[in-house]
Design a protein around this ligand. Structure first.
Ligand SMILES: Nc1ncnc2c1ncn2[C@@H]1O[C@H](COP(=O)(O)OP(=O)(O)O)[C@@H](O)[C@H]1O
Ligand SMILES: [Mg+2]
Length: 300
């Protein structure tokens, strides 16, 4: 990491520089671990722009649903919380569509197996939860796929807050209290999408995420629908052992980086704790004008 200023945050609007610097951090991290990093990990790197509030609802028709454990989302709450991919066509939704396409491409082309994807990042507040939610919405729009979104942050369960829905039972209730799987899964009124909330906050989250019961749940969920992507909103890597204990159980890892905030030092430190072969790539979140310029020039 010779030319990296460790304290300097990742700047916005400098795509090549960022890619080069992350690549440098990656290879430095790989060398230290004595592993070879996949050359094309960065093939996935996607820039997501700033979320915008108050998007128009025009053009969006709520899908119908018939399952018994259905909950209904309030579009205003969902959009106010920046879950923008709830809308089918906006520049931001397009960014998530690009992300989805690259994820599917990498998993297919590289012959990577498994359909459980963990969304994580170095520290809190970098956009993991929002990325996991928006990605799930967009995966559900792919007509060949279904998606299950799981709140795997057992200390700070936020998915139900962003979606404005109740969470009577969740993952921690299954892991710690023996609640049956059938009581966990709800349908948020979006076709082909199911949801497992986090449940009550627990302190022993790392132990629970790495437990045999979690392993059992994953193999049941993965085996039940083989065409289904399971997206886990995970805790930060550097604030506890949760991600380290959970990583061996999942198939793929997406690392969110907050533009202008996450330092290269934190990215490099975080990468030490991840199995490199499972990293699909990076999502550079909160880029200023990530897609606006393209849309302006293209449609002007
Ligand atoms: N692309 C974005 N644009 C604007 N705000 C964002 C974006 N991504 C995340 N945020 C905001 O940043 C805060 C933290 O996001 P969150 O997804 O909860 O982070 P994490 O799960 O990593 O802690 C939230 O208030 C969220 O609305
Ligand atoms: Mg979160």
């Amino acid at each position: 990491m010779s030319k990296l200023d460790k304290k300097k945050p990742v700047p916005t609007g400098k795509r090549r520089t960022i890619a080069a610097r992350i690549r440098e951090a990656l290879s430095s991290s790989g060398k230290k671990q004595g592993r070879t990093l996949e050359k094309d990990t960065l093939a996935l790197s996607v820039r997501l722009g700033q979320g915008e509030e108050g998007k128009e609802l025009a053009g969006w028709t709520s899908p119908s649903y018939s399952q018994s454990k259905a909950i209904r989302l309030d579009p205003e709450v969902v959009l106010a919380n920046r879950c923008i991919a709830y809308l089918p066509y906006t520049p931001e939704t397009e960014a998530y569509r690009v992300l989805r396409t690259r994820i599917m491409h990498i998993i297919k082309e590289k012959g990577k197996e498994g359909n459980a994807i963990m969304v994580t990042s170095s520290l809190p507040g970098e956009g993991k939860t929002l990325t996991a939610i928006n990605l799930s919405f967009i995966f559900a729009r792919d007509f060949q796929r279904t998606v299950l979104l799981v709140d795997g942050d057992l200390r700070r369960q936020n998915i139900h807050k962003y979606l404005g829905c109740a969470h009577n039972k969740g993952l921690s209730d299954y892991l710690a209290n023996g609640c049956p799987v059938s009581d966990l899964i709800v349908w948020p009124g979006i076709e082909k999408m199911a949801l497992i909330c986090g449940g009550r906050p627990v302190k022993e989250s790392a132990e629970l995420l790495g437990s045999p019961r979690m392993k059992e749940l994953l193999s049941e969920l993965k085996g039940r629908y083989t065409d289904r992507y399971i997206i886990f909103d995970a805790p930060p890597i550097l604030t506890g052992a949760d991600v380290q204990t959970f990583a061996p159980l999942i198939d793929h890892i997406l690392v969110v980086v907050r533009a202008g905030k996450t330092s290269m030092d934190d990215i490099a430190r975080a990468l030490h704790f991840l199995p490199q072969e499972k990293i699909l790539g990076f999502v550079l979140n909160r880029c200023q004008n990530a897609f606006n310029n393209y849309y302006k020039s293209y449609y002007a």
